[in-house]
Design a protein around this ligand. Structure first.
Ligand SMILES: Nc1ncnc2c1ncn2[C@@H]1O[C@H](COP(=O)(O)OP(=O)(O)OP(=O)(O)O)[C@@H](O)[C@H]1O
Length: 370
């Protein structure tokens, strides 16, 4: 029933022979999570019948609408929450059974990054990164060496003595990533880590996470409500709805043949790009700047590319186009390639963005293609 043998999802619940999954880093076994009634508030059944595994070294996206149970699922992985039924096995240990010192030790091998970074404002970047090492009892000399290494790894070696208030959102998240990796975890949990960042910075942070996965072999579990984030980074995706896994498998399979209405609705959100195009978009200047234009209304986009090309005298390429009819309106997006100048300058792309903005057409720069 599943496209990928390491992901086994129940609906109805299919109990996996765990011996057949020697490479599972995280295994959810018959998990449910019920938050009990509290001070007159009714109990909440946040997760039911969760049964799947996350392969060692993989990048798995967990996507769902608000309240679907994503944060509950991720807090079960690092033992911040206990399941109401079932076990969560991380690196062959039942983390749900651990308490006290044993749990704290296990948590050192599971790093986490957050939407709002969760840095201490009174500490410099270096001292924020040092914190988990201080707690783990490392010597001052070892901490100093490790922090220098981590700052370089996340590309902010020059921000050692900066306070969070002196850093951009992307730089703060780099500090958060370095802190999460400090104790050399096997698993990195990302809870909406790019939701507060602009598209360009999001892309840079996702590239950094991809490098970390490739170079350090860290298993990444990525919680998000944005399909574009899953599409850019994850190889596997798990779609959650109302506490249940409704679809899972390879990202490319799920995106080309979404079966569940929730998955289809994520794809219709307008931020979707063909997988083949996403894999071509890079951050370093290539031959064309890539600009996504949102179009809306009768005949949306029909003449836009031709007008843009004619009025600005540009050789505009249409890299992708998607127009849906929603409630009788045409809504969609065009992805355009605008050639860089001979010297690699972005004058043409800047003029195109100004032209679009003059007509109140919303547009964003996604990166470059070679
Ligand atoms: N500590 C808690 N006590 C009671 N109910 C909770 C608690 N944490 C989460 N819930 C409830 O459990 C359900 C799932 O919440 P959860 O935060 O896991 O979803 P989510 O997909 O991460 O949502 P969001 O994207 O809004 O953060 C929701 O109905 C939520 O109100």
């Amino acid at each position: 029933m599943n496209a990928h043998p390491s992901l086994v999802i129940g609906e109805p619940v299919e109990i996996q022979d765990t011996a057949a999954q020697p490479d599972a880093m995280v295994r959810f076994e018959n998990i449910s999570k019920i938050y009990p009634a509290y001070r007159g508030k009714p109990g909440v059944s946040a997760l039911q019948g969760i049964e799947f595994a996350i392969a060692r070294g993989s990048i798995t996206g967990v996507i769902g609408r608000s309240g679907a149970g994503k944060s509950s699922l991720v807090r079960l992985i690092n033992g911040l929450e206990k399941p109401s039924t079932g076990r969560v096995v991380v690196d062959n240990r039942d983390i749900s059974a651990l308490t006290g010192r044993e749990l704290r030790l296990a948590q050192r091998s599971i790093g986490m990054i957050f939407q709002h970074f969760n840095l201490l404002s009174s500490r410099t970047a270096a001292d924020n990164i040092a914190l988990p090492l201080e707690i783990a009892g490392w010597s001052k000399a070892d901490i100093k060496a490790r922090v220098t290494e981590l700052l370089a790894l996340v590309g902010i070696a020059d921000k050692h003595d900066r306070y969070p208030s002196e850093l951009s959102g992307g730089q703060k998240q780099r500090v958060g990533i370095a802190r999460a990796l400090a104790t050399r975890p096997d698993v990195l949990l990302s809870d909406e880590a790019t939701s507060a960042l602009d598209p360009q910075t999001t892309r840079a942070i996702l590239d950094l996470l991809a490098n970390i996965n490739r170079e350090l072999g860290v298993t990444i579990v990525l919680i998000t409500h944005e399909m574009s984030v899953v599409r850019q980074l994850a190889k596997e995706v798990v779609v959650l709805d109302a506490g249940r896994v409704v679809e899972n498998g390879h990202v490319a399979d799920i995106f080309t043949h979404p079966k569940h209405p929730i998955t289809q609705s994520f794809l219709a959100d307008g931020d979707s790009l063909p997988v083949s195009l996403v894999s071509r978009i890079v951050r370093e200047p290539g031959s064309h700047a890539v600009i996504r234009v949102q179009v809306r209304g009768a005949g949306a986009g029909d003449t836009l590319v031709a007008r843009l090309a004619r009025e600005l005298g540009l050789d505009v390429s249409l890299l992708s186009a998607r127009i849906d009819e929603i409630g009788g309106q045409h809504v969609g997006s065009l992805v355009l390639g605008i050639p860089l100048d001979d010297s690699g300058g972005e004058g043409a792309a800047t003029r195109a963005l100004a032209w679009l903005s003059q007509y109140q057409i919303s547009a964003e720069r996604l990166g470059y293609v070679a």
